[in-house]
Design a protein around this ligand. Structure first.
Ligand code: NAD
Length: 298
């Protein structure tokens, strides 16, 4: 029975995951090496609850109860020692995650399930850093976590049925829709999404059409809420490049090779929304979608 949960990493994903667990009644401890990240996460969760109250989808009482379920820790050992489930959402770096899982294996109770929110690192590899590979699983939430319904549940090579069933049931308890997949590069979401984004960048690179034209075709023609180039900016072009490299290397098929334009943009520091410019230009406080001056026709 899962009651006490720990989330490792208080960044974009960690604070969203903590929000969802705490709102659904779980005692939730958020662990981060950065005190600042923990403070920011606490403020973000309170702000997001206020937004839900303003929309009429939750109440002041629910906000108080959610915040009361949350605690914050900088020590990994203290933050996980009583937990029934740990969801790791620290920076996407293989060495870092292997180190965290080795530590979790020693600090957690033997029955604790260890999950990772990684977008692209092999769950099988992460599990092999522990002595409980059958209790290690992928729980890939989508951004923004409180809004997006999907959780991709990734079975590593050694993940057992009990762990998978527990995590599938738990995800439903969080009002999410879990989908079980096997552990191969990119899982399902990024295996399909990233080649589409890469192809949209190639389409621009080869001069087939402009930024707005490509995104409009996919929005209006395929009913996508956001065009692939805008979505790439939102995800971060560095993140897209890293995932494409995982697909290319892991599957050994040249069709996954990242477009040279994507490589150039990342090298030059044009990372999308987070750096202020990618295929579009982002100005703080403005919601207008403005094509980057490098890609305007005039
Ligand atoms: P982020 O950079 O916003 O946050 C990462 C946090 O991890 C930071 O606060 C950092 O201080 C903390 N951290 C680093 N080392 C740590 C350690 N040893 N112990 C505890 N905390 C540590 O990153 P993010 O976008 O929230 O991504 C987190 C994970 O979620 C990654 O694995 C990423 O691939 C995955 N993911 C991201 C998205 C997305 O859209 N951002 C979507 C799905 C999955």
């Amino acid at each position: 029975m899962i009651k006490q949960v720990s989330i490792i990493g208080a960044g974009t994903m960690g604070n969203g995951i903590a929000h969802v667990f705490a709102m659904n009644g779980f005692k939730t401890t958020v662990v981060d090496v950065s005190e600042k990240a923990l403070e920011k996460a606490q403020q973000t969760i309170a702000k997001n609850m206020d937004r839900l109250i303003a929309k009429g989808t939750t109440t002041e009482e629910k906000k108080t109860a959610t915040l009361a379920n949350l605690s914050f820790e900088t020590s990994l050992e203290n933050g996980v020692k009583n937990s029934d489930l740990v969801v790791e959402a620290a920076t996407e770096n293989t060495e870092l995650k292997l180190k965290i899982f080795t530590q979790l294996d020693t600090f957690c109770k033997p029955e604790t399930i260890l999950a990772s929110n990684t977008s692209s690192i092999s769950i099988t590899k992460i599990a092999a850093a522990t002595k409980r590979a059958e209790k290690v699983i992928g729980m890939h939430f989508m951004n923004p976590v409180p809004v997006m319904k999907l959780v991709e549940i990734i079975r590593g090579y050694a993940t057992d049925n009990t762990t998978t069933e527990t995590i599938m049931a738990l995800s439903k308890q969080l009002s999410k829709v879990p989908v079980e997949v096997n552990d191969y590069p990119g899982f399902v979401a990024n295996r399909i999404l990233m080649p589409m984004i890469n192809e949209s960048i190639y389409t621009l690179f080869e001069g087939v059409a402009g930024v707005e034209e490509i995104d409009t075709v996919m929005k209006l023609g395929m009913a996508h809420p956001m065009g692939p180039l805008q979505l790439a900016d939102f995800i971060g072009l560095d993140v897209c490049l890293a995932i494409l490299r995982v697909l290319h290397e892991g599957l050994g098929n040249p069709k996954y090779a990242p477009c040279p334009l994507l490589v150039n943009m990342v090298t030059a520091g044009y990372l999308g929304a987070k750096s202020g410019e990618g295929f579009y230009t982002y100005t703080a406080g403005s919601k207008d979608l403005v094509v980057s001056k490098r890609w305007r026709n005039n």
